[in-house]
Every structure is written in structure tokens, then in C-alpha cells.
Design a protein around this ligand. Structure first.
Ligand SMILES: [Fe+2]
Length: 263
């Protein structure tokens, strides 16, 4: 992707989130004060593994077969992964994780969450975009949850985490999708760490016309990911130095590596 840098308009820094979010202590540990030591990526890190979409074995989620007993509002999510010019990104591998309907993750770090786990819901998916750059997911609408151990007791709104692999394991774009009309969206510090209102809006899915939803018992939503350029989806970045915002030169050369925030 690097050779294309001269041919697309870079994003404005205000369309990307602030690295450190007040009241969200995890962002402190992910944003060191000093620049990290860097070393050149090896060829295999830059382009490997070959056929990542095969090695990670993504599979279309057949919710009806695997998690039909899960509790919560069933949703159908359809979206596209797009390049800066709107062209589809075919064969992109997406990893998706979310809380269950009660706002709890199936993750060791959420063990103190008093809400119950759902034995019929794992909340983790791996998909691959098709020839049109599209993906589709049937799942449960996640519940919101309070940010733990924070005196101001703010809540995360319902959201779904997305990671899009680039050419290899070292190239990832990590972000979150929100739901339209959620009152908690207005006060979410992660969402509002993106200064630009239009960029924040790009993180919020759109309702899908009911006639377009394949299953009558699912609510439908549409949401696209743009991997670079002026309309790039706001992303999480955790692996370089902690100035308030990243800069275009750091992120427009390729999709970004980074440690996904599990919650
Ligand atoms: Fe989360």
C-alpha cells in the first residue's frame, strides 16, 4: 500500500481519536510518554503470512446453528471494507468481539463483572470480505457496561470491536462500531475522543430497512470501514508515542498495527 501514498488525500488529525482518554485508565497504559524503539520490519512481517485469509480460517457466522439460544436482541450487521477511493477491499480478514446482552465479555479481565455470562454466546467472530468487499454478521446486540473502578461511573454504550487485517499480522486497523440512537453515545468518552463530529458519525451504524434484513427476527444495521484516506474510519492506535493525536505520516502509509482494546 505504501506506494499509493502520493495518490490519496490524507485524513485530518481531528478525525482520529485522542490517545489518552480522561477517566479510562487503560489508555494510560497503552500510550507511553516516550517514543518506542523501532526496528525495520522484516519482509515476512510486512507482507506475511501469505493468504492470511486462509490461514486464519474465517468462516461466515451461521448464528442460527451456533448460537441460537443466546440471550438478547438479534441483529444483522452488513458492511463493506473500502479503500480511500471507495473501491472494495476483497478478502480482508475481520476479527470482531463484543460483550453479551448483559454487558459482559467472555474474557478473564472481565471476571469481576457481576453480570452473567451467556453459555450460548462467545462474542468473538472472524469473517472475510467477499469479492465486493462486503461482510455480514448475525449476532446479539451487546449491552452497555459501566467503566469499572472509575469514580465518575460513566458507561460505555453498546458497541462492537473490529479489527481489520492488512497485508499481514503486523498491519491492523482496530476500531469500534456504535449503534444509532443510543443515549449513552452522547457521553461516551471513547467515541468523543474523536474531535470531528462527522468522523464520529462514521463510527455509528445506520439502521437497515426492515425489508432488507434476511431474518424477520433480526434488527438490521449497516456499517462500512474505510482503511485510509480523508474518510478513514477513526482507529485506535497504541504502539507509538503518546502525543495527543497521531500524525498523518504515522498512519497513512499503511493500515496500523496495534494492540486491540479488549473492552
Ligand atoms: Fe468494549
Amino acid at each position: 500500500m505504501r506506494y499509493l501514498n502520493e495518490h490519496f488525500v490524507p485524513y485530518d488529525d481531528n478525525t482520529q481519536p485522542t490517545w489518552r482518554v480522561s477517566g479510562y485508565k487503560e489508555t494510560l497504559t497503552r500510550t507511553p510518554n516516550e517514543a518506542l524503539l523501532t526496528r525495520p520490519k522484516t519482509l515476512s512481517e510486512r507482507v506475511g503470512p501469505v493468504r492470511i485469509e486462509e490461514k486464519l480460517m474465517p468462516a461466515c457466522v451461521d448464528f442460527e446453528h451456533t448460537q441460537t439460544q443466546a440471550q438478547g436482541q438479534r441483529i444483522y450487521l452488513r458492511g463493506r471494507v473500502l479503500d480511500s477511493d471507495g473501491s472494495p477491499v476483497r478478502g480482508a480478514v475481520l476479527e470482531i468481539w463484543q460483550a453479551n446482552a448483559s454487558g459482559r465479555y467472555r474474557h478473564a479481565m472481565d471476571a469481576t463483572n457481576p453480570n452473567p455470562l451467556d453459555p450460548h454466546f462467545d462474542g468473538a467472530f472472524r469473517l472475510c470480505t467477499d469479492a465486493r468487499g462486503e461482510f455480514a454478521l448475525r449476532t446479539i446486540k451487546p449491552g452497555g457496561y459501566p467503566v469499572p473502578q472509575h469514580p465518575e461511573r460513566w458507561w460505555r454504550p453498546p458497541h462492537i470491536h473490529f479489527s481489520v487485517f492488512g497485508d499481514g499480522f503486523a498491519s491492523r486497523l482496530v476500531t469500534q462500531m456504535y449503534f444509532p440512537g443510543e443515549p449513552l453515545n452522547a457521553q461516551d468518552r471513547i467515541l468523543h475522543s474523536v474531535p470531528d463530529a462527522q468522523a464520529r458519525a462514521r463510527l455509528i451504524a445506520q439502521p437497515m430497512p426492515m425489508q432488507a434484513v434476511p431474518q424477520t427476527d433480526h434488527l438490521g444495521f449497516c456499517w462500512d470501514v474505510v482503511i485510509r484516506g480523508a474518510q478513514q474510519t477513526p482507529i485506535e492506535q497504541t504502539d507509538t508515542h503518546a502525543t495527543n493525536h497521531r500524525t498523518n505520516s504515522e498512519t497513512n502509509s499503511e493500515t496500523n498495527g496495534g494492540t486491540p482494546q479488549w473492552r
